[in-house]
Design a protein around this ligand. Sequence first.
Ligand SMILES: NC(=O)c1ccc[n+]([C@@H]2O[C@H](COP(=O)([O-])OP(=O)(O)OC[C@H]3O[C@@H](n4cnc5c(N)ncnc54)[C@H](O)[C@@H]3O)[C@@H](O)[C@H]2O)c1
Length: 374
Amino acid sequence: MPEITVNLPNEPYSIVIETGVLSQLGERVSPLAPHARCLLAMDSHVVQPHGEIARQSLEKAGYEVVPATLIAEERHKTLAAAESLYRVMLHARLERRSPVIALGGGIVGDIAGYAAATFLRGVPLIHVPTTLLAMVDASIGGKTGVNFPLHSLGEANDDGLGKNLVGAFCQPRIVIADPLTLQTLERRDLVCGLAECIKHAVVADAALMEWIDRHADDVLHLNMDRLTELITRSASIKAKIVAEDERERGQRAMLNLGHTFAHAMESIREMDVRHGEAVAIGIHAAAHIAVESRRMLAAEQASLLAAIARCGLPARLPHAALIDRLMYAMTFDKKVADGKMRLVLPRGIGAADVVDDVPLELVRQAWLHIGAAE
Ligand SMILES: NC(=O)c1ccc[n+]([C@@H]2O[C@H](COP(=O)([O-])OP(=O)(O)OC[C@H]3O[C@@H](n4cnc5c(N)ncnc54)[C@H](O)[C@@H]3O)[C@@H](O)[C@H]2O)c1
């Protein structure tokens, strides 16, 4: 059974990846967070059947389970959603030792994680990711948070979501990933997870990119052995980078490849992109800048685009938003100084750099290249 350790100096934890492990949730959690009661925060789309399996297992291990349901949509990933969990926890008289168990995709993990980080100044958190994206990325590394809508700012172009503008670091006690839960996931959401796997390959592991290219079809057909292998390889990359730089003071920033573009896209309602799709398009934009600035060979960009296509991911904007709006949305993610921006740029496939002085003109050109309107 694959088990990865996130080797943080103060609070190391395991990522367990195994088909069927959801039914052992209670026995896995109880030694790490012993208490009479727990909060089970569930994505509304996984209450049946996965939530029921989780609840039964937790009860078998002796927990009284307090259930809560969250809607996994970016416009609901707000402080109000975290508040709804605080209310349930207060009503049930949950205490400082009562664990919060987040069962769902990245949205539920981020909201429930933020509630766990802040309720009573922090309660134990357990991640039980049920999307590929959350298994390989969102559940690992302790970033939690919610969006903060920009309409409160009273500026022009301010209808955006304000992606992840409010948050906290909160490492889980354990991550339990059961690939069988992916059987109920819509194909579009499964495909989204492949974007973060491609990101991990681009920044750290050229062989993983070849693997994805070769086995993407098996993964999309839910071959459990292949899925388990992909989750293990991809999660290991994230775990290693996080262990070396928990608070993103150095190389963890590499994992933001494509994300400054992605967050700007996600901020624009009409764009209608999921996070993984936005990441794939954003990686394409970053690769374009890398090729233009002679950091990456055009042939490597071509094989990256082939892998994105093989996975069924988009590489261009689905809606031709105005470039000025996209550039404005980007400034909430990254500071612009002296006409330059800090971005992660690939140095071929398998390595990347954080570059502090990317000229804004190159960023504009990249947006136009992926389909923005002037
Ligand atoms: N904290 C981090 O480090 C981190 C990293 C990457 C992404 N994120 C965040 O994660 C979010 C994206 O996560 P995601 O791609 O998992 O999307 P998601 O949480 O929106 O889930 C996608 C959809 O799948 C449904 N779903 C989840 N599991 C299911 C299952 N097993 N069966 C059927 N339906 C299921 C959800 O209800 C939702 O409709 C974004 O908000 C992003 O900002 C956080």
